[in-house]
Structures are given as C-alpha cells and as structure tokens.
Design a protein around this ligand. Structure first.
Ligand code: SAM
Ligand code: SF4
Length: 325
C-alpha cells in the first residue's frame, strides 16, 4: 500500500519520539533550565506507541526512526525496539541518540533489530562538547560510537554547525571519514527555540561545502531511497562519507516523506507547522480505526512547504527534545 499526500509526495517514514526526557541540555535544543516535563500519564505506553507504529506500517510506512528526548533513557526501550522489528512491512528500523548510553546498550540494540544509528556529536573537543551540551562527556559518546561499530551497526554522525561555536571543527569532522566508515552529516542550525540573534549562528550548507572544497577533493554520491534529505560526498579512498542537511537554505520540502509523533501522541506532518493532531484519545480507547483515519487526515493535510529561512522563522518556539528532531 502507498501513502501519498495531496502534493503527490509518498509518505513512508515515521519518526517516533518515545520520551521527552534527556540526559543532556544541548544549547540549541532547549533552554538551560530545561523544558517542563510531561507527566507520566501524558506519555504514551509502549503498547500505545506500538499500536501507532503497527497502524502506520499497515498503511505504507516503511521506515521508523525511534528518537526523543533521549530514547535510550526510557526503560524498556530495547524490548520495544525488538517488538517493532517484528512488524511485517517495516524495512528500516533506526535510532537517533546522543550516544551517552550507547557503550552499554549497543549490543542489545543490534540484537533487538536496530539496523543503523544516528549519533549526534557537535564537537570533537571535550571543552566545546561540554559547553554545547551543558556538561556532557565527549569520551562517553566516543566510546558509545566505538561500541556501535563493534556491534555491527553503521553510524551516521550528525553535527549541528554553529558559527563561532564549533564551525572551526568542520574539517576535523571531514577528516574523521578518512579512516572511519562513518557518514558525517553537517546540519544547518535551526531556530527552534528562537534564541536572540539566532541568525548569527547559521552557517549555510553552501558555506560549509566551500570551506571543505578549499582543503579536500571529493565526489558527489547518488541519493539512496529512504536515506533522507542529505546530499552526500566522498573523498577518494576515504572509508566514510560526509553530507549536508540544509533545512534553512535549501528546503527539501518537495521531497519530504516524513511524519512525526511526540511521546504524548501529537502527530505533526511538518516540523515547522504549528498544526498537530492528538492521537492519544483514540489510543486510550484502543480505537485502531480512528488512529488510521487520523493518520490519513494528517498526511492529506501535510503543508506543501515550511516558511523558515536563514533570516526568518514564523513558527512558535519549541524544544526539539519534545518532537524528536
Ligand atoms: N537526543 C537524541 C539526539 O540528540 O540525537 C535524539 C533527539 S534530538 C532532538 C534529534 C536531533 O535534533 C539531534 O541530532 C539534534 O542535533 C537535532 N537538533 C535539535 N535541535 C536542533 C536545532 N535547533 N537545529 C538543528 N538540529 C537540532
Ligand atoms: Fe537531548 Fe538530543 Fe536535545 Fe541534546 S539534542 S538536549 S541530546 S534531545
């Protein structure tokens, strides 16, 4: 079965946040004091999350990314992932994590059927990493990535590039791909929490690529189906590759194939749309048909494109930890 929106885009990717809690406080994701936590009763049970995943896959979703908050802090997440991996029709089960708990969990995640990991890592310098994450330990994340490699899970390393904070490390992240089989992706900073003067933090994909071009020769790689919006490149002879994700300067709305659900059951068809649908009432009454009807309505009303750019953002501020990125 194929799910299409009213602009003819095939929707086959669901991002599922399993918690709003996090063991970090990244500057670009949430304010220093954190964000108000959802109450236990607001968060969907694994049973309810599974029901949505099952309904979505039966309607044509082929890829699920489990995210958060930090998904690995929710108890029982490995068992939940193992259950998701049994869904007939689900081709890709992947996870996004900050990597802090990965060292101890990588083997179990792989056994549970997680095929690939995205690890968010914005600096290779312990002090800068601490500053961005408001106290995270870089060594713990690096040990987590090494454990994921040993467990046989391919790793994408996602770096949010911010002018004056970590942009001096762009070339170091490219160098990582020479010896490691990672796919490093440079992500344009997005004004989700709308910090003052957020525009000064933005470095466009074009500028990032320009800086890399001065130092390295590389070739473009073909787009892989369901691999997401990154444009990817490889230095000849390198083990890994690098890519650019440009939500601000180069909207990929025309090729957007995704919907998102928060851990409290709010579904969004566009990260920057203020429109969301609450599935919780249907989930609490186990009304699978109503869940499917709502999912279809959400997809049909998916906006054509968002309105943010490198200089303007016309959405309500939100913490990415509540939506899952
Ligand atoms: N805690 C996990 C992590 O950090 O990977 C998963 C959730 S996090 C909200 C998902 C992704 O959103 C991370 O890669 C993070 O870097 C990205 N993100 C959060 N706020 C962002 C922002 N303002 N601009 C760009 N990316 C952002
Ligand atoms: Fe937590 Fe991920 Fe947000 Fe950082 S980006 S605060 S790790 S949810």
């Amino acid at each position: 079965m194929e799910l299409n929106d009213s602009y003819g885009r095939k929707i086959n990717y669901l991002r599922l946040a399993v918690t709003d809690r996090c063991n970090l406080r990244c500057q670009y994701c949430m304010p220093a004091e954190g964000v108000p936590k959802l109450s236990h009763s607001d968060i969907l049970s694994y049973e309810e999350l599974f029901l949505v995943a099952q309904a979505a896959v039966s309607m044509g979703i082929e890829k699920i990314r489990v995210t958060g908050g930090e998904p690995l802090v929710r108890k029982g997440v490995v068992e939940f992932l193992a259950r998701l991996s049994t869904l007939t029709g689900l081709k890709h089960l992947v996870l996004t994590t900050n990597g802090l708990l990965l060292e101890e969990m990588a083997e179990d995640l792989s056994r549970a059927g997680v095929q690939r990991l995205n690890v968010s890592l914005d600096s290779l310098q312990p002090a800068t990493f601490k500053q961005i994450t408001r106290n995270g330990e870089l060594a713990q994340v690096l040990a987590g990535i090494a454990a994921a490699e040993r467990a046989g899970m391919p790793v994408k390393v996602n770096m949010v590039v911010m002018r004056g904070i970590n942009d001096a490390e762009i070339l170091d992240f490219v160098r990582l791909t020479l010896d490691k089989p990672y796919s490093v992706r440079f992500i344009e900073y997005m004004p989700t929490i709308k910090e003052e003067n957020w525009q000064s933090l933005v470095i466009t994909g074009e500028e990032i690529l320009g800086r890399i071009e001065k130092e390295f020769e590389f070739k473009g790689l073909d787009q892989v189906e369901l691999a997401g919006p990154a444009k990817n490149y490889k230095i000849e002879g390198a083990q890994g590759s690098f890519g650019l994700i440009t939500p601000l300067s180069g909207h990929f709305c025309g090729a957007c194939n995704r919907i998102r659900m928060t851990s409290s059951g709010k579904v969004k068809s566009c990260l920057f749309s203020d429109q969301e649908y609450d599935l919780k009432p249907f989930l609490r009454s186990k009304d699978v048909i109503a869940v499917k009807v709502a999912l279809r309505r959400i997809i049909v009303t998916k906006p054509e494109k968002h309105q943010i750019s490198c200089s303007e953002a016309e959405h309500q501020a939100f913490a990415m930890s509540s939506i899952g990125g």
